[in-house]
Design a protein around this ligand. Structure first.
Ligand code: NAP
Length: 288
């Protein structure tokens, strides 16, 4: 059975569903935003295994949950039980957010646009006309590639361990996207690590997604991995004289788009970024 926490009568409930869910930073992000905006909303993490997707959506309807974030392993599994999908979620076949449109439950995917928004916010520059190397071809890479297509970037090169997955991901990038190898990284303006390599607590902790010799001082390097905040790739990028951008920006901006879908309001991005950065830093210190 899927068990949702009970909200106080005056409170509006939002949740994140998935498994594992204990270490999700989404409650901290959204509860920070609700508190700053003085909204009587509360956000909880709810453990839901993949086989319970239908039950979960029914419980969302029955409990009138007004905002839902969806994470692994439910991003695809919830789709058959929703009433509508945004164009992005339809194309990606993955939902990371559910909102209401009247009586209808609508699935969205805010990852890719969150990435683009964070990049523009961090660099202060537009990205149309720029070239991108995307290393990785999983869910995050596909969302990023699709949004880069929408942002009219000049060139997308997809580099991935598994060639077939790179082909599928590159198709989302439109005519300016193709599959390539690490040798093409130096030619690009932006380099994005969309693999899990470098992530704390995994077998790839401390590792680089590609050799540092491909980094140039003219690069802007973005790591989607946000724990640790300063990944081996970002440290190597800074050493090479490149600009490094952490995964915290995308994490916060994709959540901000969800918050906007639920509340109709803009999220306090900078305050949330500060809170999340401090939380991840503390977690890292505890695990040292
Ligand atoms: P995913 O769907 O499981 O994809 C994982 C990707 O990493 C695949 O391309 C996979 O290559 C590659 N990979 C994994 N281990 C590898 C290895 N040892 N050598 C080479 N390639 C390897 O995961 P995802 O959802 O896309 O997430 C990817 C990363 O982005 C995660 O670290 C996640 O935390 C992060 N992320 C961050 C945000 C954010 O807001 N900052 C949002 C979403 C995701 P194959 O195709 O060959 O298996």
């Amino acid at each position: 059975m899927v068990n949702f926490p009970k909200a106080e009568t005056s409170q509006t409930m939002a949740i994140v569903v998935g498994q594992p869910i204990n270490h999700s930073l989404s409650p901290l992000i959204h509860n920070t935003a609700f508190t700053i905006a003085n909204l009587k909303w509360v956000y909880h993490a709810v453990k839901v295994p993949k086989g319970k997707a239908q039950e979960c959506i029914e419980a969302i309807r029955d409990n009138n949950i007004r905002g839902v974030s969806v994470t692994m392993p439910l991003k695809e599994a919830v789709i058959p039980f929703l009433d509508e999908l945004s164009e992005t979620a339809k194309e990606l076949k993955a939902v990371n957010c559910i909102s209401w449109d009247g009586e209808k439950l609508v699935g969205h995917n805010t990852d890719g646009d969150g990435f683009v928004n964070s990049l523009v916010a961090e660099t202060g520059e537009g990205i149309s006309g720029s070239s991108f190397a995307i290393v990785g071809a999983g869910g995050a890479a596909r969302a990023v590639i699709r949004s880069l297509r929408e942002a009219s970037v000049a060139k997308i090169t997809v580099v991935n361990r598994t060639h077939d997955k790179a082909i599928v991901a590159a198709q989302l990038g439109g005519v300016n996207a193709s599959v390539g190898t690490t040798e093409l990284i130096p030619e690009c303006d932006y380099v994005v690590n969309a693999t899990s390599i470098g992530m704390a607590g995994t077998e790839n902790e401390g590792s680089m997604p590609f050799p540092a010799r491909y980094l140039k001082s003219s690069h802007t390097v973005v790591d989607l991995v946000y724990n640790p905040i300063e990944t081996p790739l970002l440290l190597a990028a800074r050493k090479a004289g490149a600009t490094g951008i952490t995964g915290v920006g995308m994490l916060v901006h994709q959540a901000a788009l969800q918050y906007q879908l639920w509340t109709g309001m803009g999220a306090p991005i900078q305050e949330i970024e500060r809170k999340i950065t401090s939380e991840i830093t503390q977690i890292a210190q505890i695990n040292e």
